[in-house]
Design a protein around this ligand. Structure first.
Ligand code: CA
Length: 227
């Protein structure tokens, strides 16, 4: 269950948001002023924070500024309609997003889901095998620092190989993972796509990363001798 810290002094809004988010399966803890909010925030363990800007005690932007010294948890600011400067300042100070009052619960839920998804994506690793790098979150591949354009299937196939460097993966395993169990097309599709990858990586950069293991399958590893 995702834990959300809601720092909001307007009780009507706070109760409404708490009720709706709880109903959606989030765990919500409320704070009604900046100082309490900051204390709770700094304790950590939050998946996301909803932070009002106009707060008694310490205002929301100051809470954010202090919080960012110790935490990179996602923060969505709750801002007044005309507070353009607050929004800009808030984003500069490391807020992930803002939502303008009055907002619909649907919009808030969408913003929360997006912020949580981005955070999960950011936690995905960058895979490296030799000169080849794959950023899974950004869905990009580079070789020797140069961008390599891949189709979705090529990317998925390469990802599986890069997640298992040096390990021989059978055609069946690759087919199941990349094309699915119910794939009904050509049985040599893996070979065809390996050829695409070779033409875009090995041949372009004059290296040998994709190795055929005769009668078994393929492996990706950084060395020069043939198998
Ligand atoms: Ca307020």
């Amino acid at each position: 269950m995702h834990r959300i810290l809601l720092i909001e002094d307007e009780q009507k809004i706070a109760r409404f948001v708490e009720l709706e988010l709880t109903h959606e399966g989030y765990e919500v803890i409320k704070a009604e002023d900046g100082r309490t909010g900051l204390e709770l925030a700094e304790k950590g363990g939050w998946d996301l924070m909803l932070l009002d800007i106009m707060l008694p005690g310490i205002n929301g932007l100051e809470v954010l500024r202090r919080l960012r010294k110790t935490s990179d948890a996602p923060v969505i600011l709750l801002t007044a309609r005309d507070a353009v400067m607050d929004k800009v300042t808030g984003l500069d100070m490391g807020a992930d997003d803002y939502i303008t009052k009055p907002f619909s619960i649907e919009e808030l839920l969408a913003r929360i889901r997006t912020a949580l998804r981005k955070r999960q994506a950011a936690a995905l690793p960058v895979l490296t095998v030799g000169p080849l790098q794959m950023d899974i979150a950004r869905h990009t591949v580079s070789c020797m620092g140069e961008n390599v354009e891949l189709t979705g299937r090529e990317f998925s196939l390469l990802q599986m190989l890069m997640e298992n460097p040096g390990i021989v993966l059978t055609r069946d395993a690759l087919m199941e993972q990349v094309w699915g169990y119910d794939y009904m097309g050509e049985t040599n599709v893996v070979d065809v796509y390996i050829r695409y990858l070779r033409s875009k990586i090995d041949e372009v950069f004059g290296i040998k990363l994709l190795h055929t293991v005769r009668g078994v399958g393929y492996t990706l590893r950084e060395n020069t001798h043939e198998t």
